[in-house]
Design a protein around this ligand. Structure first.
Ligand SMILES: Cc1cc2nc3c(=O)[nH]c(=O)nc-3n(C[C@H](O)[C@H](O)[C@H](O)COP(=O)(O)OP(=O)(O)OC[C@H]3O[C@@H](n4cnc5c(N)ncnc54)[C@H](O)[C@@H]3O)c2cc1C
Length: 468
């Protein structure tokens, strides 16, 4: 009988480190090695969890006592065509790899998350969106074709003409391992974007500003101070950005060194220690103050004044402070992101923030984005807005925080809204089946039976939500 090597046992956790589990970690470098991991699982009667860079916040990339199939070493470039911007890569390549390959030839990944760390496999497993979601859709919409290795042993090439493509992309790693992706990058004529900051005094101004810039902005995002109350509820700082059609310094701005994030803040403060400072302020009083200070700074510094920023600095603000998540140690944090139809979003998000304030569990970071519906199986996007909320978990607040999230879920579901597995830690099976719908779940089970008849693929999230 096959015995797994105990030296492979390691504790893995989601990005928010509120959920972790011991698993046998395998880091294959080829499709054959991935196939071997599926065989090993079958021989030893264990499950497999697919894992990319581990940037999903909750429990989608972990599984107790499972074989953890970490895809990060499969990141070879198979071909790159600078004339068309078409890139063929192994699925462990990261968003950072993509822009580093494309930028000097004038191409940028068409959809990026707020961090450049995710792998393509993990990003497609969740079907990520960017600050341009309302304009270009999700990452899955940009893929020309991909290869998926099913636990049943088939290596399938899927294109957007195949129905199964829409299940594998967004399938949360429960149907097969994406091992290769061909994607068209976006042509750009500068390594900079023009950015316009706009201070918003309340929810009304937030949504009005999104509507105003939606017709022509390439990107939109807004930060929300969840401590703002009464007439100041929803206050924050909106940013729109536009690609530059022509840039006299394009040769310089498209260079990789132009994109490097500085090592210091304000020119002297080493950013490697910023998380330690943040940690001292990472409590309700400190964050109340920091949110207020950020809002006030936004009203005086740069409000309404356009500036140029590198694509990396604009896109990956969260990578600017290394290890910022450590400020949430020792109990970690969760992110809660709900997606609500346009007409209902102002009312639902205002009510969510009121509930947080009543419970004295305000989110320390709120981010508002605009979306268009997506057509994938486990879809999260709607024609509307999403509000992403970071909550600190403490020794004493876990139960109250989960209760708060469940109350916020009810508001979202009543409004016909949806949720996003990459950011989830608190949904219950009934919440997931309510937003996914019986038809999508039946279709998922049908593909699962063909691709993974022994139900090898699972995850903490899949078990929590009764998906497998
Ligand atoms: C700071 C920060 C900012 C973020 N900003 C955004 C944002 O703006 N927009 C957004 O949409 N998301 C955002 N995210 C979430 C992140 O983009 C997603 O969670 C993404 O899925 C992470 O990719 P990963 O490679 O780390 O995958 P993991 O988190 O390791 O895995 C994600 C899922 O994909 C599955 N999977 C992994 N590899 C494969 C594979 N090869 N084939 C099939 N399935 C696989 C896993 O089983 C899991 O279900 C952010 C996360 C962080 C930490």
């Amino acid at each position: 009988m096959t015995v797994l090597d105990p030296a492979r046992i390691a504790r893995v956790s989601g990005f928010g480190f509120t959920a972790s589990a011991d698993g046998y970690v395998y880091r294959p470098t080829s499709v054959d090695e991935v196939r071997r991991v599926f065989e090993l699982a079958r021989e030893t009667g264990r499950h497999v969890v697919l894992r990319g860079a581990g940037r999903s916040y909750g429990d989608a990339n972990i599984g107790a006592e499972a074989l953890v199939l970490d895809c990060q070493r499969m990141r070879r470039v198979l071909s790159w065509d600078p004339a068309s911007g078409v890139l063929d890569v192994e699925a462990g390549a990261t968003i950072q790899d993509l822009w580093k390959i494309g930028l000097e030839d004038g191409y940028w990944p068409p959809v990026v998350s707020g961090t450049m760390a995710p792998t393509l496999g993990g990003a497609l497993g969740m079907n990520i969106h960017g600050k341009n979601a309302y304009r270009v859709g999700t990452l899955g919409d940009q893929v020309l074709d991909l290869d998926v290795l099913t636990p049943a042993g088939d290596l399938l090439t899927l294109t957007p003409d195949d129905d199964d493509f829409y299940a594998v992309v967004s399938g949360a790693g429960l149907l097969g391992a994406i091992v290769r992706v061909r994607i068209k990058l976006k042509e750009v004529h500068s390594g900079d974007v023009r950015v316009l900051p706009v201070a918003c005094r309340n929810w009304d101004e937030q949504f009005r500003t999104f509507e105003e810039y939606e017709p022509d902005a390439d990107y939109m995002v807004s930060w929300v101070d969840c401590f703002g109350r009464g007439k100041q509820a929803g206050r924050g700082s909106f940013h729109a950005a536009w690609y530059l059609a022509d840039d006299a310094s394009a040769a310089a701005t498209l260079r990789l060194d132009h994109q490097e994030l500085p090592d210091t803040i304000l020119g002297f403060f080493p950013k490697s220690v910023v998380w330690r400072v943040l940690r001292k302020l990472n409590n309700r009083t400190g964050m109340h103050f920091l949110n207020w200070a950020k809002y006030k700074a936004g009203t005086v510094l740069g409000d309404g004044k356009p500036l140029h920023q590198s694509l990396v600095a604009f896109s990956f603000l969260l990578d600017f402070v290394p290890n910022w998540q450590k400020a949430y140690e020792p109990y970690g944090f969760i992110q809660y992101q709900s997606f609500v139809p346009r007409e209902q979003a102002p009312r639902v998000f205002a009510a969510q923030v009121r509930l947080q304030q009543e419970a004295r569990l305000e989110s320390y970071l709120g981010v508002l984005k605009r979306h268009r519906p997506d057509r994938f199986l486990f879809r999260h996007a709607v024609d509307g807005y999403s509000l992403a909320l970071d909550f600190k978990v403490t020794r004493g607040n876990r139960e109250r925080l989960w209760n708060l999230c469940h109350r916020m879920n009810d508001l979202v579901l009543e409004a016909g809204g949806r949720f996003y597995f990459a950011k989830d830690s608190t949904l219950r099976p009934q919440d997931a089946s309510a937003f996914l719908g019986e038809e999508a779940l039946a279709r998922f089970r049908e593909v699962k039976a063909r691709y993974d008849p022994d139900a090898l693929l699972t995850s903490g999230l899949a078990q929590r939500l009764d998906l497998v």
